[in-house]
Design a protein around this ligand. Structure first.
Ligand code: SF4
Ligand code: SF4
Length: 303
């Protein structure tokens, strides 16, 4: 068997919002959903992707020379990139000393990821932390994810998998078998709205949750609160009624929408789907938390 590899777009050390204790969060690239509020748009496409920070460009022209695909050209003294011709080779990022160009996503082996994870074992041990595999959607790289989970288990490192829940049950069950905790995103109970705002049905997500409840896999539910999209009382009551029937859900974390992903869309050459939306106020978050607590859930605000 060859070396197991996958595509990773970030590794964050000392994270305190992705599960218990101090954690290293490994972000795997690729996601089947396209949530309008996604603040990691660079996580969605499974392939490596070019990020452009046009404001940093000093017009040296080195990238034009380096691009064998002819995707970069000069017009009226300015540098332009035609993404339809870009083959994602990354050559231009190697020669851009102004750091205006960067690739989101790189291929890494299980061993290379484990070397990063193992740097902070002492912190995991002292804080009750560990590693969280996030994304994107980590289940889109099942073999890589399972190999990483097994490697962590062999070394006695606690693992969590942050999932949108959308994937074949067989994959979900295999992952649930190998991880200590699932951080499971639940965005909308209304099927039509779920399709509209994420691009997919919520049925597999709800079905997988029910089946995980039968297995007793420990779950922290994560609910993004997106004003005007999923924060109506009706929607929140439906969600609470569903969650209250899942005995394996230990708590519900409410994650307030924030527009920090906005600039990233521009750097990827895409339009931001919610240009005028603001974060919910602290008072509004408290109000929602109290509503869900009154309906029998153990609620926290933030990750
Ligand atoms: S190499 Fe970087 S700084 Fe030079 S022209 Fe290209 S994008 Fe601009
Ligand atoms: S990533 Fe490769 S193909 Fe795309 S613009 Fe840069 S050099 Fe050209």
């Amino acid at each position: 068997m060859g070396i197991q590899k996958g595509t990773v777009f970030d590794i964050k050390r000392f994270s305190i919002h992705d599960g218990p204790g101090i954690r290293t969060t490994v972000f795997l690239k690729g996601c089947p959903l396209r949530c309008w509020w996604c603040h990691n748009p660079e996580s969605q496409d499974p392939r490596p992707e070019l990020i452009l920070r046009a404001e940093r460009c000093i017009g040296c022209g080195a990238c034009v020379e380096a691009c064998e695909a002819g995707a970069i050209y000069v017009e009226d003294g300015r540098i332009y990139t035609d993404r339809t011709r870009c083959t994602r080779c990354g050559a231009c990022t190697e020669v851009c000393y102004a750091e205006a160009r960067e690739m989101a996503g790189q291929e890494m082996s299980v061993e290379a990821v484990m070397a990063e994870i193992e740097r902070d074992v002492t912190f995991y041990d002292t804080s009750g932390g560990g590693v969280t595999f996030s994304g994107g959607e980590p289940l889109t790289q099942p073999d890589f994810l399972l190999a990483l989970l097994r490697a962590c288990r062999e070394r006695g490192i606690h693992t969590a998998v942050d999932t949108c829940g959308y994937g074949p049950w067989e994959t979900m069950a295999a992952v649930a078998e190998e991880t200590d905790l699932l951080l499971y995103d639940l965005k909308l109970m209304d099927e039509a709205k779920h399709r509209r705002y994420t691009g997919v049905s919520n049925r597999p997500i709800l079905d997988n949750l029910r089946r995980l409840a039968e297995r007793g896999t420990p779950i922290f539910l994560r609910v993004p609160i997106v004003p005007g999209i999923n924060d109506s009382e009706e929607e929140l009551r439906r969600l609470a009624a569903f969650a209250a029937n899942l005995p394996n859900v230990n708590r519900v974390d409410l994650l307030p929408y924030h527009p920090t992903g906005k600039g990233k869309y521009e750097r990827l050459g895409r339009d931001y789907p919610l240009p005028d939306l603001h974060s919910p106020s602290e008072e509004r978050m408290q109000e929602i938390a109290h509503l869900l607590e009154d309906l029998g859930l153990d609620v926290g605000i933030g990750g």
